[in-house]
Ligand binder design. Sequence first.
Ligand SMILES: CC(C)(COP(=O)(O)OP(=O)(O)OC[C@H]1O[C@@H](n2cnc3c(N)ncnc32)[C@H](O)[C@@H]1OP(=O)(O)O)[C@@H](O)C(=O)NCCC(=O)NCCS
Length: 377
Amino acid sequence: MASKGLEGVIAAETAISEVNGERGRLIYGGYLIEDLAEHACFEEVCHLLWYGELPTEAQLQSLRARLFEGAAVPEPVLELVRRSPRGTHPMASLRTAVSALAAYDPDAEDIGQAANDRKAVRLTAQTVTLTAAIERLRNGRAPIAPRADLGLAGNLLHMLSGEAPEPLQERIIDAALTLHAEHGMNASTFAARVTAGTLSDMHSAMTSAIGTLKGQLHGGANEQVMRMLLAIGTPDRAEAYVHEALGRGEKIMGFGHRVYRTLDPRAPLLKKLAEQLNRERGDAPWLQISETIQRVMAEVMERKGKQVYPNVDFFSASVYYTLGIPLDLFTNLFACARMAGWTAHVIEQLQDNRLIRPGSRYVGPGDRKVVPIAQRA
Ligand SMILES: CC(C)(COP(=O)(O)OP(=O)(O)OC[C@H]1O[C@@H](n2cnc3c(N)ncnc32)[C@H](O)[C@@H]1OP(=O)(O)O)[C@@H](O)C(=O)NCCC(=O)NCCS
C-alpha cells in the first residue's frame, strides 16, 4: 500500500531537529525551541543548525561578520526583480532571484562541505536582503543596503523601511526567525534534500525548497490566515465564519499539522509575541478574532474527535501584520528563517548521501497496443 502523502515514512536520520508530535515538542540540536526563542538570537540558532553547537561570543561575532559580508545581492539579480511584471508574487520573485544568484556565486558548482558552508551563510543573508528589496522594488523604490551594526532581524526591518528598527520590533522578528528556522522533514526541507541528493547544487536545492514552501498547505498558510482574519473583520463575526467555512467543507488556515497531535509548540510562543505587540500597539482586533477562532475550532474538533490545533502560521500572521509587513510578504519572512534549516539539511544530506528515489504503485490500465492514429475513435 502507498502511504498517501508519505505519512509516517522516515525519510532520513537527522541531528538537526526533532519534531515530537505526540508531546508537542520541537528541539533544535538538543535545545527546546522555547529556550532558544527566549535566550538565543537567530544568528546563534543559525550557528547551532550549521555547526551543531551554540556559538561562543567570538564565534557569534565572526558569523555576524560573514553574514554581513555575504548579504549583498548582485545588481543584475536586483534588475531581474525590478523587471518582474507587476503583480508577481514575492515568493515567485524570491524563487527566481535565488536561482539567479547561482550565476554570480563563486562557489555555485562546488558541492563540497567548505563551499556549502559558505553558501549557507551567503544565501541566508541574501534571502533577507532580497525579501526587503523585492518589497521596495515592486513599489518603485530603491533597495536599501544592510547595516554592519545590525543582525538579520534588524536589517530586515531597516531594509524594508529605511529607518532604524525599534527594539521591540527587532526582538519580535528575531524570535519569529528562530521559531521558523527549522522543522524536521517538512515538505520544503524534503524537497531540498531530494534535489541535493541527486548531487545537484545548493542554489538548485534552495530553489526547490522555496517553490515548495510557497504553497498554502505549507508556508503560504500565513498569508491565507491573514486574509481570513481580514475577511472576518471583527471579533463578533469569527464564530459564525468558522462554522460556515467548515460547513462548506473548507479548512481553516493556520490549523492542523501532519505531525503534531497536540498544540504546535511554536503557536503559543507566537501568540505571546502577538500579545506583547497588542499591549504596545493598542486595539487591533486580530488577536481577539484569533482567540475566538481557536476556541470555536477546539469545540468543533473535540466534538468530531479530531486532533486539529493551531500551527505556527496561525499567530505569526497577526504578528507580521501588526508590524506593518504586507501580507503577501509573510511567506518570504518564513523563507528568510527556513533558509538556515534548509541549508543545514543539504549539508547533512551530502555527508552520507544516497539518491532519494521512492517507488510508486502502478494503478493505470493493463497492457495495450498502439492503434494507428487514423484508426483511433
Ligand atoms: C497542515 C495540513 C496540510 C496537514 O495535512 P494532513 O496531515 O494531510 O491532514 P489532513 O488534511 O488529512 O487532515 C486530517 C483531518 O483533519 C481535518 N483538518 C486538518 N486540518 C484542518 C483545518 N485546517 N481545518 C479544518 N479541518 C482540518 C481534515 O479535514 C481531516 O479530516 P477527515 O479525516 O475528516 O478528512 C492540514 O492540516 C491543512 O491543510 N491545514 C491548513 C493549512 C495550514 O495551516 N498549513 C500550515 C501547516 S504548518
